[in-house]
Design a protein around this ligand. Structure first.
Ligand code: CDP
Ligand code: MG
Length: 711
């Protein structure tokens, strides 16, 4: 259907004058000045009522009743994510114990929003309102409003192919077009069809689309049609509407005050430094109001955080009133809520965020936005079949979303750290992730869900045939697929059960055979988090000598094992002396500081480790250790990551054996100076050069099973 038809079907947008809004309630003032004196519940209720979405509650609920699929487009901060599920709950969509599921592309959003909504509903988190993300489940049988990542819902579909628990599924932040969102959209279309057919036939569902059988199919359960709501912050509803056969699109108008856009005269050679300068310029010259600076990842955020505090020391006492708050996806959930805490009076909050603050997480109080114009994104090279994370320019749509964050509660300013001419060169909107990432995970998941014809799958944007083929080949090499491209039994089926990249799932399965699962589990947990090393610029030498005691001549993977074990041993020693969790936590933080280990990453790795352990237990995989038999572990590493083997070249660089790609060992590797003849790596990073990180010496006799090598 055409865009025009779609627009004709929309109801008029709901606009309100900014002046009126300010009279209703000034959210930020409320939070700063009178949080204590105002009854918090009353204040929250007032906040909820003042949201743009509140005045259209009835109409939205009616639209959901009338249509099985709708698309809701609304300005960030209008209340879509927090309010709509509550409206639907109150309207009876959870009768018969059914659940409203809301998917988010990012963990942080799922967690923070669930916490907020639990507070708004005045219930304990995990009861009526809960969340589930990879490695963390805060739900119970009484949960009716469930926030989760899109990836997690996909995993649920493996066990319950028609998502029978859900009456409504809201795919939030659909404009982000993450690879999981795109796969989910295709799957949900099928689930909706299946549920509708079953409903019309009034028979128990017989599953012929999906492979895994579930207990609920054998019972006489009846399934109501699945309501599907696609929510997006961008105005382009047309694509979604077309994909869902002309589904109705509904617009909720948010508030937007004018935002002054400022550009630099010249391109900035160092955007981190330019960000720092701009933070202080605003702090010293501009009126009160919080600053939101967009950075590319945890390491960069931590660096800027540290540099801000360092430079603050040079300011007069009276000007040191800056409070920095980091927010990024892998931040432990208890720390994620810090961005929503009211700023102490007379302080200026500086939020250091990744692109999650573009639309996923709405932070109140922001008046100034700093936009360096870059983002860390997945990039897939279809020629080499290798994926890496690279820092690249944002799209115009992202730049507009970023600047919009400054004008939510009043007029604001956005400092774009690039010249205006650069803005016009940006691409209009971000390319869907499915077109720029490795599809191995997607293909494995779809196979697990019973979709054998990947090329024929109903994707909103079809990935290229060649990248699908490449992924099929990779999965075949990993042993996940049979000669006729079916999921292999047991390896392929086992691999679908792990919430990990296929190559890591395979590594765990192999480690079971090689009797070094304990070590591989640690490696996978440590590689699943951002850098474990904390390396402040001015103490780099001190940090390096602290890490020396952990370093293994065999490579970074065993070094990670040693660090993990040392941390656990230390924690257990403290635990023997005290059983107070806070004291244990504090001591572990000190240990991390002394050893230049990133405390947040380590804690995250400990969490991931215990979660994967649960999966291993469910799959009856015993945790065996290879003890001092380092060779055995190297053999296993080589067998697991043979696709990532590289051979030294006469000039000291390396050539990836599978595709001929030229790479360098990253200076952070323990093997940077040793430069062994043949290595395996688990990370590829692309800056001005292509580096490989997390490296171990390959075990040649094992490698010779896959390639022609001189052992
Ligand atoms: O989804 P949308 O961007 O339309 O808005 P939302 O996430 O539902 O946010 C509505 C309001 O709740 C905003 O004013 C947020 O600042 C506030 N909120 C909050 O204070 N704490 C959270 N954890 C989440 C939202
Ligand atoms: Mg939202």
């Amino acid at each position: 259907m055409s865009g025009g038809a779609c627009e004709r079907r929309c109801f008029p947008s709901i606009s309100r004058s900014p002046l009126k809004e300010q009279k209703l309630v000034n959210l930020n003032e409320g939070s700063k000045a009178s949080n204590k004196s105002l009854d918090r519940k009353h204040w929250i209720l007032q906040q909820r009522r003042s949201l743009p979405i509140a005045s259209v509650e009835r109409r939205l609920v009616d639209e959901v009743r009338k249509n099985d699929t709708i698309i809701i487009v609304g300005e960030t901060g209008s209340g879509k994510t927090t309010q709509l599920p509550q409206y639907l709950f109150n309207a009876g969509f959870c009768r018969d114990g059914k659940v409203i599921g809301i998917t988010q592309p990012r963990r942080v959003a799922a967690v923070t929003v669930a916490k907020r909504v639990a507070e708004e509903c005045d219930v304990q988190l995990g009861q009526k309102v809960g969340y589930a993300i990879r490695f963390e489940d805060a739900t119970s049988t009484s949960t009716r409003i469930k926030y989760m990542t899109d990836g997690l819902l996909l995993r649920e579909a493996l066990l319950d192919p028609i998502l029978s628990r859900y009456s409504v599924i809201i795919v939030d932040e659909a404009h982000e077009r993450t690879v999981h969102t795109d796969v989910l959209l295709g799957l949900l279309k099928k689930v909706q069809d299946a549920r509708l057919k079953q409903h019309k036939l009034d028979k128990p569902y017989i599953n012929n689309v999906v492979k895994f059988d579930n207990e609920c199919h054998s019972s006489n359960m009846k399934f109501s049609p699945l309501k599907l709501i696609i929510m997006s912050a961008s105005l382009d509803a047309k694509g979604f509407s077309e994909y869902f056969c002309g589904a109705k699109a509904v617009y909720v108008q948010g508030r937007q005050y004018p935002v002054d856009i400022l550009y630099t005269y010249h391109p900035e050679p160092d955007y981190v430094d330019a960000t720092l300068i701009t933070i202080f310029k605003i702090h010293l010259d501009d009126s009160p109001g919080d600053i939101l600076a967009f950075l590319t990842g945890q390491e960069e955020i931590e660096l800027v955080d540290m540099l801000v505090h360092e430079r603050l020391k040079q300011l007069p006492e009276l000007s040191r009133n800056i409070l920095t708050v980091p927010i990024y996806s892998s931040l432990p959930s208890e720390q994620q809520m810090n961005v929503f805490r009211p700023t102490p009076s007379n302080f200026r909050k500086v939020i250091l965020a990744t692109n999650i603050a573009e639309t996923s997480v709405t932070i109140p109080g922001v008046k100034y936005v700093i936009d360096p114009g870059v983002v860390k994104s997945r990039y897939y090279n279809p020629v080499t079949g290798m994926e890496s994370l690279i820092i690249m320019p944002i799209s115009k749509a992202q730049a507009l979303q970023r600047s919009g964050r400054a004008g939510r509660e009043g007029p604001g300013k956005c400092f774009r750290l690039y010249p205006e001419s650069e803005f016009w060169k940006l691409i209009d909107s971000t390319v869907p992730e499915i077109k720029r990432c490795s599809l191995s995970n997607v293909v494995l998941q779809l196979k697990g869900l019973g979709f054998d014809d990947i090329i024929g799958f109903d994707f909103m944007d079809k990935p290229s045939r060649s990248s699908i083929k490449q992924s099929l080949q990779e999965l075949y090499l990993l042993g996940a697929l049979t000669d006729d491209c079916k999921l292999s039994d047991p390896v392929g089926i086992q691999m679908t059960r792990f919430p990990l990249d296929p190559i890591y799932s395979k590594a765990l399965i192999l480690a079971g055979e090689f009797k070094c699962l304990e070590e591989m589990l640690i490696v996978v947990a440590m590689l699943s988090v951002e850098s474990i090393f904390y390396s402040p610029r001015e103490k780099l030498e001190e940090a390096r000598s602290a890490w020396k005691k952990f370093s293994s001549p065999d490579g970074d993977h065993l070094t990670l094992v040693t660090i993990f074990r040392a941390a656990v041993e230390y924690r257990e020693k403290i635990r023997a002396a005290t059983n107070k969790e806070k004291a244990i936590d504090k001591s572990l933080s000190r240990w991390c500081r002394d050893n230049f280990i990133n405390n947040r990453s380590l804690k995250h790795a400990l969490d991931v480790h215990s979660q994967i352990k649960v999966y291993l237990k469910q799959m009856d995989m015993a945790l065996s250790s290879c003890g001092d038999d380092v060779l055995q572990f190297r053999r296993c590493l080589t067998a697991s990551f043979f696709l990532n083997a590289a051979e030294k070249q006469p000039d000291g660089s390396y050539r990836v054996k599978a595709n001929g790609q030229k790479v360098q060992i990253h200076p952070s590797s323990v093997l940077f100076r040793t430069k062994p003849e043949c290595i395996i790596f688990t990370e590829l990073i692309q800056t001005n050069q292509i580096y490989v990180r997390n490296i171990s010496r390959a075990w040649m006799p094992e490698l010779s099973k896959y390639y022609d090598v001189e052992s």
